[in-house]
Design a protein around this ligand. Structure first.
Ligand code: CMC
Length: 428
């Protein structure tokens, strides 16, 4: 028998169906709430209890620390797949066969050229501009160079838009870095894999060839996979929301990049390294900073800790922590901030403030340490997150359009002034 939920208001009972997901998650379907109750709405700031959609892309169980893309565990994908395979999986729902993957990669490569005039737009930014602002602007600018809107009723049209952005976005990301670093813009090498080529586009010197280290490519692949999707987070919800107005894919993605930028979301990876560096410069007294994080009168938060959904270990953080150790060892490097991070984690996991609130290290706590070891400057950490999240945003946008979801338009409870009479300016 199907489950229902009863809501009683002023003695009147209303019945609503309970939707059950494939992993037995239950949700009260309140689609008819306003019509049957004559205008009563719900309020849930931050959407802590609100599901915005049904989705078949990513499964996340925050209590048990489970993350799966299209049914595959994040642990297995991070170990066995490469980023492009995962991108295909997220967007189209199945792991590609070798011919499907080759075609996908070739189609992406064929679309990787960026109009030369985009360089003029990039030139207009000061070198000091934050790369996330530059990237979102350039992603928006791509619309001007690809103005025809995507016909979402045509899978072919949709596919073309998808390979276009997957081809051009790594170029824009690498160019954003090269412009800041004063390096000439470059297109990399078509014969390389997607991630290998991206690394070459980032680091190739003006003269001489560049071959990336296998360790670097593998670590980058893993990081991008771990960031590739995370169901209805702030930036993904933004992409779906903007796309729900039938704004195009690139416009929706540009909005998602801006949402990701914030330090409570993707910007945390930059904030973590800056915090760890600050602790190091201050003499490495982790206990002092733990006290600051717990002090409600101090705005300091332990960046890279806590998560809206995970009330257990973020499975991505576990993988990244191990990868940080491996990458530093393979590259023969040492990083004092890794020791500081580990000390903070240990203290937090034994501290009742963090234990009671179920605050654990999240994906951003150790990722910056790896990015830094790979030679990526701090301001480029969040663009790396954006590059990784790109397939997830695309998959979610595509799903939202294919399911013909209605325009996103939340309600509110008005708490302002009641009707007032206008006063002429001289009488105010
Ligand atoms: N340091 C100290 N206290 C914290 C922290 C932290 N990092 N995170 C949460 N708390 C406390 C918070 O003060 C509150 O305490 P109380 O109940 O006494 O008022 C309690 O824990 C619950 O926190 P919240 O802010 O209500 O939880 P939320 O679900 O709204 O926020 C969060 C989640 C990720 C924004 C938050 O944990 C945070 O600000 N963390 C630091 C920033 C960060 O690492 N963000 C990356 C998130 S993962 C990657 C991504 O999404 O991009």
């Amino acid at each position: 028998m199907s489950k229902t939920a009863i809501l009683e208001i002023d003695g009147k009972k209303y019945e609503f169906p309970v939707v059950i997901g494939t992993e037995n998650e239950e949700a009260i379907d309140i689609k008819t709430l306003r019509s049957v109750t004559n205008g009563i709405t719900t309020i849930d700031p931050g959407y802590k209890n609100t599901g915005s959609c049904e989705s078949a892309i990513t499964f996340l169980n925050g209590e048990e620390g489970i993350l799966r893309y299209r049914g595959y565990s994040i642990e297995e994908l991070a170990e066995k797949a490469d980023f492009l395979e995962v991108a295909y999986l997220l967007i189209f729902g199945e792991l590609p066969t070798q011919p499907e993957l080759d075609k996908f990669h070739n189609d992406i490569k064929a679309q990787s050229h960026v109009d030369e005039d985009v360089k003029k737009i990039l030139d207009g930014f000061p070198k000091s501009a934050h790369p996330m602002g530059v990237l979102s602007s350039l992603t928006s600018a791509l619309i001007a160079f690809n103005p025809s809107s995507v016909n979402v009723d045509s899978e072919e049209d949709m596919y073309k838009a998808i390979v276009k952005i997957l081809g051009k976005f790594p170029v824009l990301t690498a160019w954003t870095h090269r412009k800041r670093a004063g390096l000439p813009l470059d297109y990399g090498d078509e014969n390389l894999g997607y991630v290998d080529n991206f690394i070459k586009m980032m680091f190739k010197k003006p003269s001489g060839d560049y071959t990336s280290k296998k360790t670097v490519v593998n670590a980058m692949d893993k990081l991008l996979i771990l960031h590739a999707d995370h169901e209805q987070n702030c930036s993904t919800s933004t992409v779906r929301m903007v796309g729900s107005s039938h704004a195009g894919l690139f416009a929706s993605l540009s909005a998602g990049i801006n949402a990701l930028w914030g330090p409570l979301h993707g910007g945390a990876n930059q904030a973590v390294i800056e915090m760890l560096e600050k602790i190091k410069e201050d003499g490495g007294d982790t206990k002092k900073f733990m006290e600051k994080a717990k002090d409600k009168d101090d705005p300091f938060r332990l960046m890279g800790f806590g998560h809206r959904v995970y009330k257990n270990f973020d499975p991505r953080a576990k993988i990244i922590k191990k990868a940080a150790d491996d990458v530093l060892a393979e590259l023969g490097m040492e990083d004092e901030v890794l020791d500081i991070a580990k000390a903070l984690e240990k203290e937090a996991l034994e501290d009742s403030y963090f234990v009671d609130r179920k605050l654990y290290p999240n994906v951003d706590f150790y990722s910056g340490i790896i990015y830094r070891a790979l030679g990526i400057p701090v301001e480029m950490f969040t663009p790396m997150f954006a590059l990784g999240r790109l397939p997830g945003w695309i998959a979610q946008w595509r799903e939202m359009r294919l399911r013909k979801e209605p325009i996103g338009r939340p309600r509110q409870v008005y708490i302002g002034e009641n009707l007032r009479q206008f006063k002429a300016i001289e009488k105010r």
